[in-house]
Ligand binder design. Sequence first.
Ligand code: GDP
Ligand code: MN
Length: 398
Amino acid sequence: MKIHEYQAREMLDRYGVPVPPAHLATGADEAAAAFERLAADGATLAVVKAQVHAGGRGKGGGVKLVRSADEAREAAQKMLGQPLVTPQTGPEGVPVEKVLVAAGVDIQKEYYVGMAIDRGQGRPVVIASAEGGVEIEQVARERPEAVIRMPIDPEAGLRPHQARFIAFRLGFAGKQVSAAGRILSRLCALFLENDASLAEINPLVVTTADDENPDGRVVAIDAKINFDDNALFRREAFAAMADLQEQQGGEARAEEHGLSYIKLDGDIGCLVNGAGLAMATMDLIKLHGREPANFLDVGGSATEEAVTEAFKIILEDPAVRGVLVNIFGGIARCDTIANAIVNAAREVGFTVPLVVRLEGTNVEAARGILEKAGDGIPTMQIGRDLTDAARKITSAIA
Ligand code: GDP
Ligand code: MN
């Protein structure tokens, strides 16, 4: 699960990481008012930031420095209600419903600090680089030596000497060493205590020195936190932070119905039970020269309603040119799937070719249901086995 920058900043703040004050706005006047509030506390510079679940906003016009309430209003006006296209969103972009108006800082230098799970090592890892502000993946590719990776003990967390070591390696000096070390420790605690799968501050900045802070301050000005979906059952409070609107429409609806659905780039919609079978089905589609439009595992205990919803989600995707159903009935029963096919045909209609391969529990009953409904589903063909089904669907849309 992803959360927005403003929510991530609030979490960092709760964990004692210095973050400039900020106010959320859903309208242009509200953004202007937010600037006034920051100005009343002494800010002369602010940043208007589109709140979307995608990075690289700076490059797409989703981060704008402003110096007056009017500028803040204008920047918010331009962002709100418009799709924001960044290198991470795809060409259609994502709609901007909220902007954050944050007190701006004068930046002396930008750093990257983050935490993730290193699956190879089976441990959380601190990732840090003195080359912040840009995408860490790019730094890692082009100059791997510029990225520090330190695996940590999930029980002990980041030990003080490890935090200091990283801070030194990043080139922090003087008072900044302990400031940066503390931020790393707090980030690590936040990551471990909340089942995060990613927690990054990019950039962490040293501000330009002034009379009050001759060494500059070390503050987080952007944050991204993702949580492990498999741990959400014990993080009930986090559900309130989910932005269902922002999750792709179909994915959010699938989640509500207990289906695992992931949209992909191809044109053959798949409805399968079991993650392993779903993967194998996708492989077979590729083997026959096409690409799957989605991964969809209806699971073992899916109801007829949930499977009907699954068909609707698949059929609403304009990229889908054909649908392949591959069910090995075990706990999931073939007749449930057959009924869902009939429902979906009635409620939405299969205007694209449909190939169905069913085996296992209640398969005879399922065949009966489909035969009876056959005339109402003229684009339907039955696959004898998985290979036959893959051939039929790929040649039906060739
Ligand atoms: P992202 O592009 O989505 O990662 O958004 P960020 O919040 O990281 O902002 C992108 C870039 O805008 C940062 O790397 C900074 O260079 C710049 N930026 C953001 N906030 C400030 C600020 O308060 N002051 C200054 N001078 N630059 C900022
Ligand atoms: Mn950033």
